[in-house]
Write a protein that binds this ligand. Sequence first.
Ligand code: NAP
Length: 312
Amino acid sequence: MSDTEYDVVIIGGGPAGMTAGLYASRACLKSLMLEKMIMGGQMMTTTLVENWPGYPGGIDGPELMMRFQEHCVEFGLETGYGAVEKIIDNGNSKTLIVDGKEITCKAVIIATGVIPRKLGVEGEQALVGKGVSYCATCDGAFFRDVPIAVIGGGDTAVEEALYLTRFASKVTLVHRRDKLRATKILQERVLANDKIEMAWNSVVDGLESDNSGLTGIVLRDMKTGETRTIELQGMFVAVGVTPTTDFLVDLIALNEEGYIISGEDTCTAVPGIYAAGDCRTTVLKQVSTAVGDGAVAAIMAEKYIDELEYQS
Ligand code: NAP
């Protein structure tokens, strides 16, 4: 069997990756967790997490992730920053190309999560940072006492709309249907909030701007086809997510939306490569399910490595 630098490399530093790191290092596997951007993943842009057990009243996403990070290095997990460009499957070892350099290991756990989906309306990209945002906790404070809109009807859109009422003079929540997708408790809160106005059955058809940035959005009524312009300074897009799996296209099976196809055992079609958390085909995307996946993936990797050693 070839010598490798690590037993396990975990790609992604969100809840799934950190839990995988905790379990793998506690199992005495030489483990490295690589993160491309910010340790903590999507939770770093989440305000109050109300459904993580053990914290009645909720806990802030970044605070929870800080605790995860402190805990996951306790048993010797190494952490580092780097973008994985490619994974090469050599059979009993894997080679990762990370920012042009090679890292070798026996097993890989992919926990790369998801990123916000773009709306796809003309001018959107050019107005990012000038009124268009994908993160209320990052950018909300820039929109004090001005009207804004949130686009989407899922948990993220509703949570962001509620959060943004702290800053904005008014929040228009634009949803393409007449029923929100978000959890019932969040729906009730948003519908009861005086600062939030619903724009039902509506989609964004265009953006208006001047030299200072976004000045309005053109909404089209899905039922009547009529259009109207709302004057505002901010548009927060929360229309779902896309998995971060581009670098895997030639290696493992992805579904049509780009999610890694794997079962509850987190195994992919390639022996020694596991997928944990939001980046794989799951029925529920929550911190609790990501944590469960991370634990399963690490134990599966441990068993795989034991088997390799037994064979050699
Ligand atoms: P999501 O659940 O997929 O919701 C996306 C929303 O955007 C839907 O309402 C969808 O409309 C709408 N949409 C999609 N494409 C659109 C387009 N092109 N134009 C206009 N609207 C569009 O995504 P999410 O809210 O980001 O949540 C992702 C996952 O994370 C979910 O599983 C969610 O439950 C979970 N999450 C959980 C929490 C929590 O537990 N506190 C918080 C945040 C996220 P339709 O409804 O018509 O499809």
